[in-house]
Design a protein around this ligand. Structure first.
Ligand SMILES: Nc1ncnc2c1ncn2[C@@H]1O[C@H](COP(=O)(O)OP(=O)(O)OP(=O)(O)O)[C@@H](O)[C@H]1O
Length: 357
């Protein structure tokens, strides 16, 4: 089932929770809605589900307007952050629940219900827990059962609102991989709300980055991470260093370092900020080429395959730390210790005009 969202807006009193949202979700896609708290992710999910009505705009399921379609006709399955399993029912009965409460004329035969529930429990790899009660399961197991229960009624769309939000970091990571694999087998159009960037980037086919009720960028995890559309996305997705400089007729200067900026050919001596990821900064002990920024090392973190350096730019008023990531081999070649002077140069950067942000 494909989903199209057209010019969707929603106010709560005078507060705009969604502002002119436009989005196409492909059939079978796993899409993450990512953004800070209050950015409108849950509201958007609830409007798609039919739990909330928008003030204006449309939701189309398979090109048909679903805006006024009641919830039960939308065939959506839900999984929320807090597993809402029935405490007095076994795991098997929890998963079977949606099938048992169907009107008699649509209800499967007892044997068919048994088969479907058994298959689902196998799919979430918890068939051995069928006779237990929810309190006898771990948080991660309960979320997998919540997912099996949502899938039991064969939804066309699966909506997951921070499904792993209440779990500890290790279990979250395991369930991420597991959800990805499950989705690859089932191919149900799924929308997944999270404020955890790593989770969104690891699990989804595409990420929708939201902020203050608007979509800032839509793209594959690679696209939004490697080519952020604007400063908000840059800062929200991973660490980024900011260097202040100027742009003039297609050339930019950060300190003495001169950079091509063809996309700013029209700029006439404007203040700009360069956004540079920690792994996109070159470090050397000597000035390599005509220009580089002098800095000194204030901290070294050398655990794991990547060495993280914290530097302070010399002669710079603000003592903001510059974070740099280099390989262990490069670190060994440089033989750096705390206090050493280095010269740095951005290998790749994005320039944004200062007055716009
Ligand atoms: N029923 C409501 N009445 C009034 N304001 C609401 C209501 N529901 C949501 N809001 C407001 O709308 C904004 C968006 O909320 P929403 O829950 O969609 O954000 P979110 O991105 O999912 O945040 P979180 O990650 O914290 O869940 C918030 O500022 C919230 O306070």
């Amino acid at each position: 089932m494909s989903i199209e969202i057209r010019h969707l807006s929603k106010q709560f009193g005078s507060f705009a929770a969604l502002r002119d949202i436009n989005l196409n979700i492909h059939s079978g896609e796993l899409l993450a809605l990512l953004g800070p708290s209050g950015s409108g992710k849950t509201t958007l999910l609830r409007v798609i589900a039919g739990l909330e009505t928008a003030d204006s705009g449309q939701v189309l399921f398979n090109n048909e307007d679903a805006t006024s379609q009641p919830i039960r006709e939308r065939q959506v399955g839900f999984v929320f952050q807090h597993y809402a399993l029935f405490r007095n029912m076994t795991i098997f009965e929890n998963v079977a629940f949606g099938l048992r409460v169907r009107p008699r004329q649509n209800r499967l035969k007892t044997q068919e219900i048994h088969e479907r529930v058994t298959n689902l429990l196998k799919l979430v790899q918890l068939d051995w827990l069928a006779d237990r009660y929810p309190h006898q399961l771990s948080g991660g197991q309960r979320q997998r059962i919540a997912l099996a229960r949502a899938l039991a009624v064969e939804p066309k769309v699966l909506l997951l609102d921070e499904p792993f939000g209440a779990l500890d970091a290790k279990v979250r990571k395991e369930l991420r991989t597991w959800l990805r694999r499950l989705h690859d087998e089932m191919h149900i159009t799924s929308i997944f709300v999270t404020h955890d960037q790593e989770e969104a980037l690891e699990v989804s086919d595409r990420v929708v980055v939201m902020n203050e009720g608007r979509i800032e960028q839509i793209g594959t995890p690679d696209e939004v991470y490697e080519r952020p559309a604007n400063p908000f996305v840059y800062e929200f997705l991973g660490h980024v260093n900011l260097f202040h400089g100027r742009i003039h007729q297609g050339r930019a200067w950060i300190g003495d370092v001169e950079i091509d900026a063809p996309e700013h050919a029209e700029a006439e001596d404007l203040a700009a900020v360069a956004y540079v990821r920690p792994h996109d900064i070159e470090v050397d002990r000597v000035m390599n080429g005509e220009s580089a920024l002098p800095a000194h090392v204030v901290h070294i973190l050398s655990v794991g395959p990547v060495v993280k350096l914290e530097l302070v730019q010399e002669g710079n008023q603000n003592k903001n730390l510059i974070q740099v990531e280099i390989s262990k081999e490069r670190f060994r070649d440089l033989q750096l210790v705390k206090g050493d002077q280095v010269f740095i140069k951005p290998r790749r950067l994005d320039l944004f005009l200062h007055q716009l942000h």
